[in-house]
Ligand binder design. Structure first.
Ligand SMILES: [Mg+2]
Length: 242
C-alpha cells in the first residue's frame, strides 16, 4: 500500500468574475514607499523624535492628505513635506523640497516587479473566468503601471477607484451587473479588498503580503452566511480553486 500523502481534489469554480487588486497583489508596491520613508527619516535626522515617532507623525500626515487629495505619489510627496515642515525646527527651503521630491521619484520610476506566479496564473485564469482589475489611487499612475506590467490584455475591464469602501463595491456590482455569488474580490488588504467587498455581498480571497502598508492593516471580518472567504499563501494557489 502506498504511503504517499493523498492530495485532496478540489472541484474548481467555473465561469466566475474575479476582481483583482493590483498593488501588492499583482506587483510589488509598498516596498518602494517604505524605502522612500526610510530615506526621508534619515534625512530629517530629528534630534528629539525617534524614527518610530517620525513614522507615526507621517502616518498622521498621510491620513489627512489622503482625505483631502486621494492616493498616489503626489499625495505622498505632500505628506512628506507636511511632516518635514511640522517636525523640523527650520522652514522647508528649496533644497529640502528638492531632496524630498527626489526620494519619491524613485517610486515612480521603479520597474514593475510582478509577484511570484502572477503572470502564468493570470494567463490561465483568463481562459476560464472574467478578470477585472480593481485598484484605487491616481488613475494615470495606476493605468501606467498596468501598461508597463504587460498584463493589460488579460483584463476585460479596469476600475481605478478613489476609495475601496462598501459604497464603491456596491456601485461596481450595480454598474457591471455582477452576480454577487459568482464574483470574488482578490487582494492583500483586509481594509480595502476583503472587508468592504464582503460587506457588499461579494466573495473574497485574501492573499496577505508581508509588507502591506500600515494604513491598510485591519482584522479580516468573518463572511456572512452564503458568502465565501478564502485565504491563500500565494497567488498561484488561485489555480486550485478557479
Ligand atoms: Mg493592494
Amino acid at each position: 500500500m502506498s504511503t504517499s500523502p493523498i492530495q485532496p481534489i478540489i472541484a474548481r469554480y467555473s465561469n466566475q468574475t474575479l476582481l483583482l487588486d493590483a498593488d501588492d497583489t499583482l506587483w510589488e508596491n509598498n516596498i518602494y514607499f517604505e524605502q522612500a520613508i526610510a530615506t526621508f527619516i534619515t534625512y530629517l535626522d530629528h534630534r528629539v523624535h525617534k524614527p518610530a515617532e517620525v513614522r507615526e507623525h507621517l502616518n498622521h500626515c498621510e491620513r489627512r492628505t489622503i482625505q483631502a487629495h486621494g492616493y498616489g505619489i503626489q499625495s505622498f510627496r505632500r505628506s512628506l513635506i507636511d511632516c518635514f515642515e511640522q517636525l523640523s525646527e527650520s522652514p522647508v527651503t528649496p533644497e529640502h523640497h528638492a531632496s524630498i521630491v527626489s526620494f519619491t521619484e524613485a517610486i515612480a520610476s521603479a520597474e514593475i516587479e510582478l509577484l511570484p506566479g502572477v503572470d502564468e496564473t493570470l494567463r490561465e485564469l483568463q481562459q476560464r473566468h472574467r478578470l477585472i482589475l480593481v485598484t484605487k489611487g491616481d488613475i494615470m499612475e495606476q493605468t501606467n503601471k498596468l501598461e508597463r506590467s504587460g498584463l493589460r490584455p488579460l483584463f476585460s475591464a479596469i476600475e481605478v477607484l478613489a476609495e475601496k469602501n462598501i459604497e464603491a463595491y456596491q456601485e461596481l456590482l450595480h454598474r457591471h451587473n455582477f452576480n454577487p455569488s459568482a464574483t470574488w474580490m482578490v487582494g492583500n488588504s483586509a481594509k480595502s479588498d476583503i472587508n468592504p467587498s464582503l460587506a457588499a455581498g461579494l466573495n473574497a480571497i485574501f492573499i496577505p503580503h508581508d509588507f502591506t502598508w500600515v494604513l491598510e492593516h485591519e482584522v479580516v471580518d468573518p463572511p456572512a452566511a452564503g458568502e465565501r472567504l478564502l485565504e491563500l499563501q500565494s497567488f498561484s494557489e488561485l489555480l486550485r480553486y478557479f
